[in-house]
Design a protein around this ligand. Structure first.
Ligand code: F0G
Length: 385
């Protein structure tokens, strides 16, 4: 039996497929490329599916956990910081984890169409997975406040894109009503299958680290993901797969920080449009997570978000979108509270390519040499030779 076959036969036993970092080294590259079946197959026994469930997958999940010494060094004290780079999912964000489950269950229930409100990433994931499941997708987005890459995705995946003159909170209220009245399945994170899928992010962190981290830093918008991660850590802990539970540290943009304020924010604003949300649907659940994990909610300014965004890309080669950088910005903001030798995971929820405009706007022109004459002498001179 080849080692590739050994991986494949692990699934019928309902054992999780090993995370990338646990896998045996491969001499021909085949093992790692063939070993990951998507997160429903990998974590089947932790998820509400049966043998007859029609799994809709883009082989999402199994994203890398990357050490980021540029962040660790800014904290010192022997602290080790890793990023869970969920921007490497098939549609470029963690939403794929929830959407494979939500669309799979919608398909199982016989739905022909799905609907969501979105700041962009949910709409991209819903559109892609709906296509994959041969369903129609309707996405309701705040007109003018969705990053270009996300809009491009929803259009390319063939969703009906309904851009409203209102923010995400209004869009969510609308799709809740529409899905009550018409035959379309709601796939926002108020759909419990979304959180079931997203809890696998926590499983992968534990599978890669060998235990839960001391802290889990995560950006918070509608507050579904922090709730899902906590559920994942608790389930693994109950099974003895990790010996401890992390403190859950949620970070919001200062202009959109209802979890910090303790009440909804009527007109949320931030450059991190993914988390421009004033009235989180999972507000109560997220408060319960804070209590149970002895965690905290804090806010970070747009400037702090952009600083962390640049540290990650410019010093570590990890390009995430601004909302994702809120997790690292927040960690750096509260670094004095970090215990010595702690292991910390920051979730990077979305890919930097989602929002090319913010990337270009926040880059310095110092290393961008435009309009050069196409001769060697000119180019070599600019290169410093
Ligand atoms: N990071 C990114 C990149 C997001 O797109 C979102 C949410 C969050 C963090 C916050 O996660 O809502 O579970 O607390 N985006 C949703 C969307 C709202 O429509 O794409 P949360």
């Amino acid at each position: 039996m080849t080692s590739t076959a050994a991986i494949a036969t692990a699934q019928p036993n309902n054992q999780p497929v090993p995370n990338r970092s646990d896998s045996q080294p491969s001499t021909n590259g085949r093992l790692l490329h063939q070993g990951w079946p998507g997160l429903i197959e990998a974590y089947r026994r932790y998820l509400p599916v049966t043998d007859s469930t029609p799994v809709v997958t883009l082989h999402e999940g199994n994203t890398p956990l990357i050490p980021v010494p540029a962040v660790s060094d800014r904290i010192g004290k022997g602290v080790k910081v890793f990023v869970k780079y969920d921007g490497l999912n098939p549609t470029g964000s963690f939403k794929d984890r929830g959407m494979t489950m939500a669309v799979t269950k919608a398909k199982e229930e016989g739905a022909e169409a799905v609907i969501c409100a979105s700041t962009g990433n949910t709409s991209a994931a819903a559109a892609a997975f709906a296509k994959r499941g041969r369903m129609k997708a309707f996405v309701v987005i705040p007109d003018g406040y969705v990053a270009m890459g996300k809009l491009a995705q929803a259009l390319m995946y063939g969703a009906e894109v309904l851009a409203i003159k209102g923010n995400f909170d209004r869009a969510l209220a609308m799709v809740r009503e529409i899905s009550d009245k018409y035959p379309v399945k709601l796939v926002n994170s108020v759909n419990p299958y979304r959180l079931q899928g997203q809890k696998t992010g926590a499983f992968e962190v534990v599978d890669a680290l060998g235990d839960a981290p001391d802290w889990l830093c995560i950006p918070v918008g509608n507050a579904g993901n922090i709730t899902a991660y906590w559920m994942g850590f608790c389930e693994y802990h109950q099974e003895g797969r990790c010996g401890k539970l992390p403190r859950m540290m949620g970070f919001q943009a200062a202009g959109s920080a209802p979890m910090v304020a303790g009440h909804p924010i009527e007109n949320p604003e931030t450059i991190a449009t993914a988390i421009r949300i004033g009235n989180p649907a999972s507000y109560d659940k997220a408060i319960a997570v804070r209590e149970a994990s002895q965690g905290a909610f804090n806010s970070v300014t747009d400037e702090e978000i952009l600083d962390a965004y640049k540290i990650l890309a410019g010093e570590e080669g990890v390009f995430c979108e601004p909302a994702s950088a809120a997790s690292v910005a927040g960690l750096l903001k509260v670094k004095d509270e970090v215990p010595a030798n702690a292991k910390i995971v920051c979730v990077l929820t979305g890919n930097g390519l989602k929002d090319p405009q913010t990337a270009i706007d926040s880059s310095s022109n110092a290393n961008y040499h435009q309009g050069l004459e196409a001769d060697l002498e000119t180019v070599a001179k600019v290169m410093g030779f």
